[in-house]
Design a protein. Structure first.
Length: 324
């Protein structure tokens, strides 16, 4: 808010409007209420609105005099990539019954984070519990643990956990010690032993979005001698959009949402998180370690896809083809 605007608001309040009224109406515009309180308005409607002041007094105003306005931005309220989004707790649910190894999630993740080859952040594994059970496909992402071992061991605060549950890496700080990789029980992190081979992508598309390298966009670009991993796409979350893996999956395998709101969605359907996990016996990997992962899996029962079709795209230990 500019200094002039602040002065005008002070003048306005000094002319007779109680501060309690301003607090009571919160996000509603107060500029036109001035005329109503001074009995100078000429455009009244038949609808009335009751507002309560901080001392409990009810006042009645004409609803036509109340406008919705945008709140001014203050420095302390701006989005902070290391703090995250307050009052949110992001979670992911992966339905193993739906995965057929289409690899669209991997391709989208690599494209939007400018990564290729064996350093892909999402990998899809061929799984089979025993010779007597049917095989299935299992996508693996970072678990974004509530008790992340990687954060505990990082000596330079390069890897950190936000208040909304996301665990991110600041590759401006990363010194390549790989302590976090050793501490992670899920082996999800990757190390850039050389400059990422991104082909034309690194020159043509890297800066199209106008973003600057930050933990919010950790793969822009990846750097030699640093660690990378899945980040749940914080650059899309802050714009109220789903992560790229969720929107790219053609089979609705990935659900993403807010644990506090008890809601997740795959873009096609929105479900209650608690009911989904209860009804389909959701579980978390290595939960007994006390890491409290934010990623849940639904067992591969009542499968909707043919496992054999996924073998056409299966390439062990390499998520996508490297550029020429």
């Amino acid at each position: 808010m500019s200094d002039n605007t602040k002065k005008e608001r002070r003048k306005f309040l000094d002319k007779g409007l109680k501060l309690g009224i301003a607090a009571a109406i919160g996000g509603l515009g107060i500029s036109k209420i001035t005329s109503k309180l001074n009995a100078k308005t000429n455009h009244n409607s038949t609808d009335k609105m009751e507002l309560m002041t901080v001392d409990g007094t009810l006042i009645e105003v004409d609803s036509s005099e109340v406008l919705e306005v945008q709140h001014a931005e203050h420095d302390d309220e701006k989005y902070n990539v290391r703090e995250g989004i307050p009052n949110r707790k992001f979670v992911m649910v992966i339905d193993l019954a739906k995965c057929k190894n289409a690899l669209k999630c991997v391709s989208a993740c690599n494209k939007h984070h400018y990564i290729t080859g064996e350093n892909a952040w999402i990998k899809v594994h061929r799984m089979q519990e025993s010779k007597d059970t049917a095989p299935y496909w299992m996508p693996r992402t970072c678990m974004h643990c509530d008790q992340p071992a990687c954060v505990t061991v990082c000596p330079v605060d390069a890897t950190f956990k936000r208040r909304d549950g996301l665990v991110l890496i600041d590759n401006e700080r990363c010194i390549g010690c790989r302590f976090c990789m050793a501490a992670c029980p899920y082996s999800i992190r990757v190390f850039n032993w050389e400059e990422p081979k991104q082909g034309e992508m690194s020159e043509i598309t890297m800066h199209l979005g106008g973003e600057t390298p930050s933990p919010d966009y950790a793969g822009m670009p990846s750097r030699i001698g640093t660690v990378d991993k899945c980040d749940f796409c914080p650059h899309t979350i802050k714009n109220n959009e789903l992560p790229h893996c969720v929107t790219a999956c053609p089979n609705g395998v990935f659900y993403f949402g807010d644990k506090y709101e008890d809601t997740v969605t795959n873009g096609e359907e929105t479900l209650r998180l608690s009911k989904l996990l209860t009804d389909k016996a959701g579980y978390r990997l290595l939960e007994e370690l006390g890491t409290a992962p934010s990623v849940y899996y639904l067992p591969p029962v009542d499968r909707l896809v043919d496992f054999e079709k996924g073998l056409e795209d299966y390439n062990e230990f390499q998520s996508v083809e490297k550029p020429e």
